[in-house]
Ligand binder design. Structure first.
Ligand code: NAP
Length: 276
């Protein structure tokens, strides 16, 4: 038990982070390592994940990287097996990989209609092709399901574990953002609760984190648009965008033994967005 123990919060733990090449995933991997975990960084961007892992190692941490497309069932199996083979256990999974779906939308047509300003005008359900819907659901929802399913046997072998799923404020309320993104993040919220209920007996905890607007490569285009930036800041009571660190520290808490009685919960880290 770690009560009253100062210092790093994750010593001896082995953590797998998806989407670890960039933004929130990269910072989560860095903070996990800083708090004493051995970290496996997985991403479709293998070069990016490797660069983050090398920086962690150079700073004295324990990290390595591998390519993983979260929609690839066999890929998950291989990464989990490699992590267990190398470290003998797996204690933490942070499902961070995700896509906004903007790249799948016809932005020219949406702009011609008067959106996307980011506030009261934007995407409409009718803008979504089936392919665009499926892509967002595949990465953001099915990817989290596959990761969850594949780590459970390893966590059972480890005597328990912590699964941390990055949802969004978009998983809690609707808006003029991509409806597929909302639906995919809402699915993550309830997949997390079902996992928590079904695997508490295995001492596996599962919690979702709901970030507000965070400065990362995913939001770069939106935050470079003055109207969208202004609308998002106006909707954020603390008046600034979040940084990846703000979300990563939530992950550290949920991964740690300090959160031993926390499962099925929704940790909202959003500068107050959901309070209004
Ligand atoms: P990011 O900087 O774009 O990082 C996402 C990472 O996931 C990228 O390295 C990306 O690789 C990778 N990825 C995408 N598809 C993948 C796949 N199929 N398999 C494995 N890796 C994949 O974005 P971020 O802002 O840090 O987002 C991290 C998570 O937070 C996402 O789930 C996002 O929905 C969520 N979130 C973000 C915000 C925000 O304001 N930034 C708010 C709420 C929730 P590529 O770049 O090569 O695609």
């Amino acid at each position: 038990m770690s009560e009253d123990r100062p210092g790093p919060r994750l010593p001896g733990k082995v953590a797998l982070v998806s989407g670890a090449a960039s933004g929130i995933g990269a910072e989560t991997a860095r903070q996990f390592a800083r708090h004493g975990a051995a970290v496996v960084l997985a991403d479709v961007d293998e070069a990016g994940a490797t660069a983050v892992a090398e920086a962690i190692t150079a700073a004295g941490g324990d990290a390595w990287a591998t390519r993983l497309d979260v929609v690839d069932e066999a890929g998950w199996r291989a990464v989990v097996a490699a992590a267990e083979a190398r470290h003998g256990r797996l204690d933490v999974l942070a499902n961070v990989a995700g896509v906004s779906g903007r790249g799948e939308m016809d932005m020219a047509a949406i702009a011609a209609r008067g959106g996307h300003s980011g506030a009261r005008v934007g995407f409409e359900v009718g803008d979504l092709s089936l392919a665009a819907w499926n892509r967002v659901m595949d990465v953001n929802s099915t990817g989290v399901f596959l990761g969850t399913r594949e780590v459970i046997p390893a966590m059972r072998r480890a005597g328990g574990g912590s699964i941390i799923n990055i949802s969004s404020i978009c998983g809690l309320a609707g808006s003029f953002a991509n409806a597929a993104y909302h639906a995919s993040k809402g699915a993550v919220r309830l997949l997390t609760k079902a996992t928590a209920a079904q695997h508490a007996a295995d001492r596996i905890r599962a919690n979702s984190i709901h970030p507000g607007f965070v400065d990362t490569p995913m939001t770069r285009a939106g935050h470079a648009n003055n109207a969208e930036r202004t609308a998002r800041l106006a909707a954020t009571p603390l008046g600034v965008f979040g940084q990846p660190y703000d979300i990563a520290m939530g992950c550290v808490y949920l991964a740690s033994d300090e959160a031993r009685w926390v499962t099925g919960s929704e940790l909202v880290i959003d500068g107050g967005f959901m309070a209004m």
